[in-house]
Design a protein around this ligand. Structure first.
Ligand code: MGD
Ligand code: MGD
Ligand code: SF4
Ligand code: MO
Length: 804
């Protein structure tokens, strides 16, 4: 407690993005006046400009502070918003949902939830998902197809787990591949910068020279979407020059599994003799010069002293005659050999010497860590690219090793997601699940917006009539906003919970005003970025009263549950009971946590490296894959008609795959996240907007000159799907064949007198209108926002510009 008039300093964390930076909020007379770093916090060494600008965000006049209902028809440009009470808003919502569920089933309700990586949705998403499960809806659009499929799912095809964070404190070589933490994950960037000061080498693979690319020992400015070819080329150098960890590959991957020449499938015991087990795999034991079997159940070779071969061609006598076969690793090495650096250089727009040098840096590192993210997620070939990078990483043997990518020991928390509340027959109805059983829809019910729009507009495979939106601004952040707008207009009922009246919220029947993190309590149990951070839990109290009638997502979820008769699944309305259920298994008591200094507790958890090998004396658990080995050869993908080895596939909307379109659209379109904004947010904050006043497209000076475009000129960027207006910035660091644009523009900035942009018009600045939802990755449904074809032209011809 502080005396009246004296500033109060409250410890917590900034929840505006994934970094969750530890912070101290300064409150004077009930008003948030500043947010400062908290250096004693595992993620509190620094705050970015967005975090520091929080007071301006919190007190912005642009926020919506009261529940609203539409009074005019959907097609009307003016929704006729009318202020209503929370009771009325929640009743209208519950009735709207009940009406649709009674008529068409709970699958006709879809949820749309904004990203936990770029909003404070991390505070509430568990309970929103719980609400969805309790309602019985199998459908939530959460942007996983744009944001996490490679990291969370594809990494799992290879290693059995999502990509663990890089243990950069102990790395001697760090690879940032399609990830720019300086803009997007400050707590990681801070640690990487510290590692660089200690002499750690850094490789950055990114078409843009941004963030840590400027400090890298090797910056590889590759053609957007060609990453798979580069990863295979790196692997080729490692294998050719014997710079890979052959013992790890032999012992811990399925590289030794023999694959038949004729059918390209793993040879099984059942192929060898009658009554053999089809699940048992076969290798070639170099010690005895004969076949040896591997039992995935036991995770072991039949002979403990077997030395299964990685190379060679072998003839086995089987039930149907002779089987000619080779170890999967040999096939992988042959695939990589097709991408020797000279060839890969032409495909990736790099130099062969550059590829070799970076490969050698990876191959000679003793402790190599990787971090990949959004630069790899939004491509038509995301799955195979992420597989190629996973296999490359396997060659280093650094998975879960000190200085590699490490699953730090975490606090054990309770499962409050309530997945078991969703009946299996409902789960089976998830949109897109038939087409993409291995995609985000298959396991978690996370649909892409293409499937959502199709269900609403074309009623395929069934109709969706109601949408429960928590923040997702899909008309701006997702592709094909034009179709999206038609879908939202066609809904029977839509509720949107957000802080702002976004272009997406504009289509709602009911709008619910959400609080900022400074106006609500929350709890976090994993700050991710290292062991200290992973062992830390924090209670973050509200530091100010909510403005107007804004409420938290958690409160809204609990209130809707009550009105829908689902309170028994929501701790009978007791939020603290929910937090207790979450915390219980960690052994931390909620009240003790609230009373702890700074609301923070760090448990004495110790990192265990190489957990796959088992602790002293215990059996090795292996990896959580079907073979219990790292799967260089993915039988799972093969069973679903995909290449089992990480074959490179050209981007579907790229110059190699579509020369017909490339003639008219010769540039490759990609983008980079802004350090000042997050997707479609924060344009209203003058402290941020001042540094980036309008949407830009970066072009190489030669590219611009050839089109009569000067620095600062207004241009039209068009793709085969649509067009958008942006302002040109000349950037000599860019490949002349690339256009790097910025996305997420709709909002104005009143303090700077800047008007907003029409997100539904070609004359606006909504970049994602130029991307179609088609040409998606076949496994994950990933949409190619980051590699597309485009052309740029000056809006006003040079000569006609008068005084400029
Ligand atoms: N300031 C800020 N922070 C954020 C966000 C934000 O919008 N703004 N968003 C949050 C969210 S939701 C996420 S998912 C994370 C993502 O964080 P990042 O992964 O860092 O996000 P991006 O900038 O989209 O992509 C990373 C890099 O990939 C590069 N890139 C583009 N195309 C390609 C390609 O084809 N190949 C390769 N190798 N690289 C490519 C881009 O130039 C960029 O520098 O950030 C989170 N934090
Ligand atoms: N071209 C292109 N498009 C991209 C990307 C790209 O790199 N390039 N990145 C993609 C990625 S990685 C992602 S994750 C998606 C993100 O897509 P979205 O999730 O739609 O992200 P935003 O556009 O930032 O919109 C977030 C909305 O949530 C609201 N919001 C913020 N905090 C809260 C909260 O606590 N509760 C609620 N209820 N609402 C809140 C904000 O006001 C805002 O309207 O965009 C993708 N779109
Ligand atoms: S990086 Fe910036 S916005 Fe993200 S949590 Fe840290 S201070 Fe907040
Ligand atoms: Mo994201």
């Amino acid at each position: 407690m502080s005396a009246a008039g004296e500033p109060r300093r409250v410890h917590g964390y900034c929840a505006l993005c994934w970094s969750s930076c530890g912070c101290v909020s300064v409150v004077e007379d009930g008003r948030l006046v500043a947010v400062e770093p908290d250096p004693d916090h595992p993620t509190g060494q620094a705050l970015c400009a967005k975090g520091r600008a929080a007071p301006e965000h919190v007190y912005s006049d642009a926020r919506e502070l009261y529940p609203l209902k539409r009074t005019r028809p959907k097609g009307d440009p003016d929704p006729g918003w009318q202020r209503i009470s929370w009771d009325e808003a929640l009743d209208l919502t519950a009735n709207g949902l009940r009406r649709v569920i009674e008529r068409a089933g709970a699958e006709a309700v879809a949820f749309a939830i904004t990203t936990t990586a770029g909003t404070a949705m991390q505070d509430g998403y568990l309970f929103i998902e719980r609400l969805r499960h309790a309602i019985g809806s199998p459908n939530a659009a959460v942007s996983m197809e744009l944001c996490g499929f490679a990291k969370m799912f594809v990494h799992g095809f290879t290693f059995g787990t999502p990509q663990p964070p890089p243990d950069v404190a102990h790395s001697d070589c760090i690879v940032l591949w399609g990830h720019n933490p300086s803009h997007t994950w400050l707590a990681l960037a801070t640690r990487i910068n510290a590692a660089l000061r200690r002499g750690t080498r850094l490789i950055v693979i990114d078409p843009a020279r941004v963030g840590l690319a400027t400090k890298a020992d090797h910056w590889l400015r590759l053609r957007p979407g060609s990453d798979g070819a580069l990863a295979l080329s790196f692997a080729h150098v490692l294998i050719e020059e014997q710079r890979f960890d052959a013992e790890f590959v032999r012992t811990w991957t399925n590289g030794p599994f023999l694959v038949g020449d004729d059918d390209g499938r793993c040879v099984s015991e059942a192929d060898l003799y009658e009554g053999g087990d089809p699940a048992v795999r076969v290798g070639w034991d170099e010690v005895r010069g004969q076949a040896v079997t591997y039992d995935p159940g036991a995770g072991q070779w039949a002979r403990a002293d077997a030395r299964p071969a990685l190379f060679g061609r072998y003839m086995l006598q089987g039930v149907r005659g002779t089987i000619a076969c080779r170890p999967a690793f040999d096939l992988y090495a042959a695939l990589c050999a097709r991408y020797e650096p000279a060839r890969a250089a032409a495909m990736t727009w790099l130099d062969a010497t550059q590829i070799e040098a970076a490969a050698r840096a990876i191959g000679s590192g003793k402790a190599v860590s990787f971090s990949t993210w959004a630069g790899l997620e939004m491509h038509s070939n995301t799955t195979q690219t992420a597989r190629a990078i996973g296999c490359l990483f396997a060659l280093t043997g650094c998975f879960d090793a000190r200085g590699g990518n490490v699953a730090f020991d975490k606090l054990v928390v309770g499962d409050v997601l309530g997945a078991d509340l969703l009946p299996a027959e409902q789960r089976a109805k998830t949109l897109g699940r038939t087409e993409r059983p291995l995609g985000p829809e298959g396991i978690f019910g996370w649909i892409n917006t293409d499937a959502l729009y199709r269900a609403v507009l074309e009623r395929e495979p069934y109709g969706v009539d109601a949408l429960v939106g928590f923040g997702l601004n899909m008309l701006v952040s997702h592709a094909d906003g034009e179709r999206g707008a038609r879908a939202l207009a066609a809904l029977d009922f839509m509720v949107q919970a957000d802080l702002f009246m976004t272009p997406t919220a504009h289509y709602a029947d009911v709008f619910l005003p959400v609080s900022t993190p400074w106006e609500r309590d929350a709890l976090k149990t994993d700050f991710v970025v290292d062991q200290w951070a992973s062992a830390t839990a924090q209670w973050r109290p509200a530091v100010i009263e909510p403005r107007g009638e804004a409420r938290s997502d958690v409160w809204i979820a609990f209130e809707l549950a009550r009105r829908l008769g689902l309170s028994e699944h929501f701790w009978n309305g007791d939020e603290d009971a929910a937090w207790r259920a979450l915390l219980a298994p960690s052994g931390i008591d909620l009240d003790a946590l609230k009373r702890a200094p700074q609301g923070r507790v760090t448990r004495p958890l110790a990192t265990r490296y190489r957990k796959y090998a088992g602790a002293d004396g215990t059996a090795a658990p292996g990896f959580a894959t079907p073979s219990r080995r790292v799967e260089l050869f993915s039988e799972t993908l093969q069973a679903h008609g995909q290449a089992p080895l990480p074959e490179y596939v050209e981007p579907l909307m790229g110059p190699a795959a579509r020369p017909d379109l490339a003639a008219r659209f010769p540039l490759v379109l990609t983008d980079t996240k802004s350090s000042h904004f997050i997707h479609s947010q924060y344009r209203h904050v003058a402290a941020l907007r001042r540094h980036e006043r309008e949407p830009r497209v970066h072009l190489h000076p030669d590219t611009a000159q050839a089109r009569g475009i000067g620095d600062g000129d207004d241009v039209e960027l068009s793709t085969p799907h649509g067009s958008v207006r942006l302002r040109a910035t000349l950037n000599a660091a860019l490949d002349p064949r690339v256009a790097r644009a910025s996305y997420g523009w709709w909002q104005g900035c009143a303090p700077l007198g800047l008007a907003g942009y029409d997100a539904e018009n070609d004359a606006g600045a909504n970049l994602n209108r130029t991307i179609a939802n088609t040409d998606a990755d076949p496994v994950g449904g990933c949409v190619p926002h980051k590699s597309y074809l485009c052309e740029v032209r000056a809006l006003v011809p040079r000569g006609a510009r008068g005084g400029r």
